[in-house]
Design a protein around this ligand. Structure first.
Ligand code: GTP
Ligand code: MG
Length: 233
C-alpha cells in the first residue's frame, strides 16, 4: 500500500529513477529504517498482507500501549492496494465479482473497509498510551485517485475514519495526542497485478510531477511539524 516506500522516502533511500522503481516486494516481517535527517530516530514498518500480520501486529499493538513509539504513521491508499496473488482472477474477490469491471469497482471499496478495520484495531491501544503520541494519516497513491480528490478527502476527513481518530483524541486529550493528514503520491505508477495485468491507471490529466512534488513537500512539512510537537514538553 506504500508503507515500505514511504519509509524509504523518509530514510533517503527512494530513487524514482533506479531500475527497480516501483517494483512491489512484499514485506515479510518488521523492517526498520533510520531517518535521513536524524539517524537516532528509527521508522519501524509492519508488514501489511493479512497472513503476515498475526506474528507481528499483536506485539506492535502492545508496544504502542506501553508508549514505546513517539508516533504512528498509518498508510492508506483509498483502497488501491497492491495484492500478492499473481492474477486478479486468483484474488478472493473474483469469486463474487466474476467480471473485470465488477472486480475493479469492488476491490477499492472492499479495501477501504479493511483500512477502517486496521485503524479501529489501533484505537484501543493508542487510547491507553502511556506517553504523548502523534498519529499521521498518510493517504498514498494520489496519482491513482487524483480525479476524485474531493471524495477522497471527505472519506477520510468527515466519515468513519475521522470518528475513530476522534475516539483517540477524546481518550488522550490535545496535550497528549496530535493527528494530521497528508494526501500524497510516492511514485507515479499504474496498479498492475504481479502477472502484469493492468488494473488502474494514473490520473494523467489531473496529476503530474509538480503536483507530486508539492504533495511530497507538504508531507515532509507535516511530518516535521508533528515531530516538533512531540519534542515540546
Ligand atoms: N501508484 C502508486 N503506487 C505506489 C505508491 N506508493 C507505493 N506504491 C507502489 O505500491 C506497491 C506497494 O508499495 P510498498 O511500499 O511495498 O507497500 P507496503 O505497504 O510496504 O506493502 P506490504 O509490505 O506488502 O505491506 C509498490 O509497487 C509501490 O511502488 C503511490 O503513491 N502511488
Ligand atoms: Mg512493505
Amino acid at each position: 500500500m506504500g508503507k515500505t516506500t514511504l519509509a524509504r522516502l523518509l530514510a533517503g533511500q527512494l530513487d524514482w529513477f533506479d531500475e527497480n522503481a516501483g517494483k512491489y516486494t512484499e514485506s515479510d516481517g518488521i523492517e526498520e529504517f533510520p531517518l535521513q535527517d536524524d539517524e537516532t530516530v528509527t521508522v519501524v514498518v509492519a508488514p501489511g498482507q493479512t497472513f503476515r500480520r498475526e506474528h507481528t501486529w499483536p506485539g506492535l499493538h502492545r508496544q504502542i500501549a506501553e508508549g514505546a513509539f513517539r508516533g504512528i504513521i498509518l498508510v492508506s491508499a483509498y483502497g488501491y492496494h497492491t495484492f500478492s496473488t499473481p492474477s486478479y482472477k486468483s484474488h478472493a474477490l473474483w469469486a463474487t465479482t466474476g467480471t473485470k469491471p465488477g472486480f475493479l469497482s469492488a476491490l477499492p471499496a472492499d479495501r477501504r473497509q479493511e483500512e477502517l478495520r486496521v485503524l479501529r484495531q489501533l484505537v484501543p491501544f493508542v487510547s491507553v498510551c502511556k506517553q504523548k503520541i502523534w498519529f499521521l494519516s498518510v493517504v498514498a497513491k494520489q496519482d491513482l485517485w487524483a480525479g476524485q480528490q474531493g471524495e477522497v478527502e471527505s472519506h477520510y476527513q468527515a466519515g468513519e475514519y475521522m470518528t475513530a481518530v476522534r475516539e483517540m483524541q477524546n481518550a488522550l486529550g490535545a496535550h497528549a495526542f496530535r493527528h494530521d493528514f497528508a494526501f500524497v503520491s510516492l511514485i507515479l505508477k499504474n496498479l498492475e497485478t504481479l502477472a502484469g495485468e493492468k488494473l488502474y491507471s494514473t490520473a494523467s490529466g489531473s496529476f503530474d510531477m509538480p503536483r507530486l512534488a508539492a504533495a511530497v513537500q507538504r508531507l515532509v512539512r507535516v511530518f516535521q511539524t508533528i515531530r516538533a510537537w512531540e519534542e515540546k514538553p
